[in-house]
Design a protein around this ligand. Structure first.
Ligand SMILES: C[S@@+](CC[C@H](N)C(=O)[O-])C[C@H]1O[C@@H](n2cnc3c(N)ncnc32)[C@H](O)[C@@H]1O
Length: 273
């Protein structure tokens, strides 16, 4: 397992304590079922302002992160008749980036990759479908819970999730579902926020993320809860080495991650062997 990019190095065993696999628990949620309902309602409420706030609060870096993620999977997207599922797709921005990359990586024979986006918050999906219709995208969107996917085993060559995996109420179940629907030699890509600990850049980022972003996001979206939940959920989310161990634990091979933007964003990749 390696951390890639300019700081590539093996992950030391002591970097990951053996925390038990858990899941998100928004304030007040007593169990997994309640956590899921709260997350779904919360994202449903912020759907109308979600894209605007994403681009504003990240200074449009979110577009670069998704584009870069899609590029990392150019090889798999160039497989003839590849099938791709973007989980927790929200308003579809990673789904569309994957579709664009698939068109750029056309296979020599067979059809261009087919891309699906799925999410359980209907207002997010409505927005994704409107965007698809207005820009003549082919991606298809469907409502489904990432913890219980309505797909047969071995349906996809690639399964991704951008800033969504952290919100699952049960991470092990999420990874196991992804493993189930992936074909052999299929790949997983999880793009997530991380909580960088050391140095001036990370400290500045943490200050922004914990103190400025929740205020601006809360004021513009009208949901203080959602934008207060964001830094809290990132702080509680496992570190990249820990998530990597969990991915290995459910059987993924070639588990890697790379860190971007002072370590505030991590792209995890692995293969179903
Ligand atoms: C922060 S948004 C990310 C949206 C999109 N992937 C992006 O890059 O902007 C998280 C999304 O995950 C979805 N989500 C969280 N838990 C889910 C679950 N169990 N099943 C399906 N979608 C889920 C939410 O509804 C929300 O749309």
């Amino acid at each position: 397992m390696t951390r890639q990019g300019t700081e590539s190095r093996p992950v030391a065993a002591e970097e990951s304590s053996s925390k038990p696999l858990t899941g998100t628990r928004p304030e007040g949620a007593r169990d997994q079922a309640e956590a899921g309902v709260r997350v779904r309602e919360m994202f449903g409420r912020i759907a109308p302002r979600y894209d605007f706030l994403n681009h504003l609060l990240s200074l449009s870096l979110d577009r670069t992160w998704r584009r870069r993620t899609a590029k990392r999977f150019a090889a798999i997207l160039s497989r003839p008749n590849a099938r791709v599922l973007d989980l927790c797709c929200g308003t579809g921005d990673l789904t569309f980036a994957l579709e664009r990359q698939a068109n750029d990586s056309k296979p020599a024979h067979g059809n261009v990759a087919k891309v699906w986006g799925s999410d359980f918050a209907l207002p997010m999906l409505t927005r994704a479908r409107e965007k698809a219709a207005s820009s003549r995208r082919r991606a298809l969107f469907l409502a489904s819970d990432a913890l219980s996917l309505p797909f047969a085993p071995e349906s996809f060559d690639l399964v991704t999730a951008a800033f969504g995996f952290r919100n699952l109420a049960n991470y092990e179940q999420g990874l196991t579902e992804i493993m189930r629907v992936l074909r052999k030699e299929g790949r997983i890509g999880i793009l997530e926020f991380s909580d960088p600990q050391h140095g001036f850049g990370p400290a500045a980022f943490r200050f922004y993320f914990r103190h400025i972003l929740p205020r601006v996001g809360g004021a513009i979206s009208g949901s203080r809860e959602a934008y207060a939940y964001l830094p809290g959920s990132v702080a509680k989310f496992p570190s990249p080495p820990q998530l990597s161990r969990w991915m290995e634990g459910v059987g993924f091979a070639d588990v890697r991650y790379e860190l971007w933007n002072f370590g505030s964003v991590a792209l995890h990749t692995a293969e179903k062997s």
